[in-house]
Write a new protein. Structure first.
Length: 277
């Protein structure tokens, strides 16, 4: 599949950028894992929006323009409405959450969130949580070797989860009660550290940041590797579609501490509960 591979530096000087997301006006935000800030990118430059406490790893805005943050350093799911930063969940089964990593909304407004902690192939203790906005939380998948990026299919019937330390992408069926069934192996990502964050386009193709390989791997909905895009550096962490036409693909990259933009030629799939409408 032919895609435009030109890449543009948007801004740099950041401390481990991750978790790109967009507010109701289409402005780009991202987390800085090593500084604790969620940062907003504007035409005038970067401005810090909220400090989450320690190590924010993932972020997403809901349909009311409230920001939700996966805080790995303090083991919390946080909610920020522009004035108050509030904990929604911080424990399960009497234990702290396992370093929340990334999160995605279901159309019903609930959240799927990965909890990798320090899991790996030898100690596969990573989990996927399901959380309501009231903070009711349960584990819906376990036994994972660093579950990382995740994304729902366009019909919300399936959930993709990157299992970084096994160098693969898994595909779960989402049951009516939001429990997960499976998984089935979807794609392999050999080399480097492994896959990280991901986004889907309107045709169902997956764009996955391949940390340690310096590339964005593109897979079809059938799991076939169909393209490779540049990432600006060796350690891309995440991707997100934005822009007025949803054809800009933004990349957060940690080797260069920067945010990049590509226009691969595909329209991004809007997230559920997306404040952009």
């Amino acid at each position: 599949m032919a895609m435009d591979t030109r890449i543009e530096l948007i801004a740099d000087g950041f401390a481990f950028p991750e978790g790109p997301c967009f507010d109701a006006d289409g402005a780009l935000y991202f987390v800085q894992c090593d500084s604790g800030w969620v940062t907003k990118l504007t035409a005038a430059g970067a401005e810090n929006y909220v400090h989450s406490g320690k190590t924010p790893n993932g972020a997403v805005f809901d349909e009311t323009n409230v920001l939700w943050i996966a805080e790995a350093g303090t083991n919390q799911l946080l909610r920020y409405d522009g004035s108050e930063l509030r904990e929604i969940a911080g424990s399960w089964g009497g234990k702290p959450l396992q370093r929340p990593n990334d999160l995605a909304f279901h159309p019903d407004g609930t959240i799927f969130m990965t909890g990798p902690a320090h899991s790996n192939a030898e100690s596969p203790t990573g989990v996927v949580y399901h959380v309501t906005r009231a903070g009711d939380l349960r584990v819906v998948a376990d036994g994972l070797a660093f579950p990382n990026g995740l994304a729902l299919t366009a019909d919300a019937s399936q959930l993709y989860v990157v299992e970084t330390n096994r160098h693969q992408v898994l595909l779960y069926e989402i049951a009516d009660d939001r429990s997960l069934e499976g998984p089935e192996p979807f794609a392999e990502m050999p080399g480097g550290v492994g896959g990280d964050g991901m986004a889907l386009d309107a045709d169902g193709n997956l764009y996955i940041a391949h940390y340690g390989m310096g590339e964005i791997a593109v897979f079809s909905a059938e799991g076939e590797r169909i393209a490779t895009l540049p990432a600006g550096g060796a350690r891309p962490t995440n991707v997100a579609f934005g822009g007025d036409d949803m054809r800009d693909l933004y990349v957060t990259e940690t080797e260069t501490g920067a945010v990049y933009r590509l226009r691969p030629g595909a329209e991004g799939l809007r997230l559920f509960c997306d404040p952009r409408g």
